[in-house]
Design a protein around this ligand. Structure first.
Ligand code: HEM
Length: 354
């Protein structure tokens, strides 16, 4: 608590000293030194517990929580991978029912925009459903049970055929889980990984129908310098990925509305939108990477979390300011600064500036 108090005194001091300067300068100041005074942020309780505590905790359901926002120490774009705690591969939490309703609605009204499975991906789609079902009934036995070839989801009161006769395995996986599922297969001629099947209910500003079948480089076309900075490393990582070396990473966007399904830039070119601080949302994706043992495809899952910026606690608010302040100019533009930057500055000013 003492260190938290110190942090605020220091932030107020910086804010007072820099009154009259613009908020960007303040962000820069905070970035360089306020961060070093942050109290140690708690680590993910699951990965940090001892084996004995873990066993006890693993018996509890519904308890994976995305770790709090942390300040980044480097502004360089990196893969940012860490080892995946397997018991947390798929998650079920308090948002399950509300997000499930959105997922069902999208599947009913926009099916081709959210599910695409190319010929040749069938076996991998079945493998995804099979491991998702095994995981859910083992990890959440009160919520998911098997009767014969059918799984029952007791949260939503739904049942699905899941064996080899299931006609739409990737869709069923996406209906059961809170995660989106992407299957990548290596093309033997080009040596590139292609997106061969995807259940993406919550895209972050891209259209599945435009990217299905394409390579990693094309998938990341709009991301500044992705090919030069990450393309080769990601290909090598996928080549060496095994079922035992599953990893996860997170990313962060800021949005000016709370929509989980966002398949286009927030504001079409040539138009303007008035964004106010109350509109701002932090959109975070927890992504996992696994090798499918039978078919050898790469499975990439994405769980999306949305939270109003105004609801962030003080430590996370400072961490967010630090992260945004660390983005290179081209990354800021890519992430939509033109749409939400002014409102973000207003929010910084309101929260810490006076
Ligand atoms: C280790 C592997 C990967 C890395 C390091 C990576 C990195 C990134 C980065 C840095 C971004 C920009 C947004 C951000 O700040 O996160 C991004 C966006 C994106 N990634 Fe990945 N990615 C990886 C794997 C994948 C895979 C397997 C897919 C397959 C679906 C994918 C699809 C996308 C898409 C569609 C976008 C949005 C592009 C846009 O704005 O149009 N990524 N990725």
């Amino acid at each position: 608590m003492a260190s938290l108090g110190l942090l605020f005194i220091l932030i107020c001091l910086v804010a007072a000293l820099s009154r009259g300067k613009n908020v960007r300068e303040k962000i820069e100041q905070w970035k360089t030194w306020a961060i070093s005074r942050l109290p140690h942020l708690p680590a993910d309780p699951v990965t940090s517990s001892s084996p004995a505590e873990k066993t006890q905790k693993e018996e509890e359901n519904l308890r994976y929580a995305l770790p709090p926002l942390q300040p980044k120490t480097s502004s360089r774009t990196s893969m940012g991978l860490k080892r995946l705690e397997k018991s947390n591969w798929l998650t079920v939490d308090a948002h399950y029912t509300s997000e499930h309703q959105v997922r069902n609605y999208l599947l009913r009204t926009s099916h081709p925009n959210v599910i695409q499975c190319l010929p040749g991906s069938e076996a991998a789609c079945h493998e995804v459903l099979s491991i998702a079902v095994d995981f859910l009934i083992t990890r959440f036995p009160d919520q998911f049970t098997m009767e014969g070839e059918s799984i029952t989801n007791h949260i939503a009161n739904e049942s699905f055929l899941v064996g080899p006769d299931c006609p739409n395995p990737l869709e069923v996986a996406a209906r059961l889980a809170m995660e989106d599922f992407n299957i990548l297969m290596k093309n033997s001629e080009t040596g590139e990984y292609h997106l061969q099947a995807s259940a993406t209910l919550f895209p972050a500003g891209w259209k599945l129908q435009e990217r299905i079948g394409t390579t990693m480089v094309n998938l990341h076309g709009p991301v500044p310098s992705w090919k030069e900075k990450m393309g080769g490393a990601v290909n090598r990582y996928f080549d060496h990925l095994s079922a035992k070396t599953a990893m996860e990473r997170t990313n962060l966007f800021i949005q000016s509305d709370p929509h989980l399904f966002s398949d286009a830039p927030e504001v079409p070119a040539g138009q303007e939108k008035k964004t106010i601080p109350q509109d701002l949302q932090v959109r975070r994706e927890r992504q996992t990477f696994t090798r499918l043992e039978k078919t050898g495809a790469v499975l990439f899952t994405v769980r999306t979390y949305m939270q109003p910026v105004e609801e962030l606690g003080d430590e996370e608010a400072v961490a967010l300011i630090h992260q945004v302040g660390g983005w290179e100019e081209e990354i800021k533009v890519y992430k939509g600064w033109d749409v939400w930057g002014k409102a973000f500055e207003e929010w910084c000013e309101k929260r810490f500036g006076r």
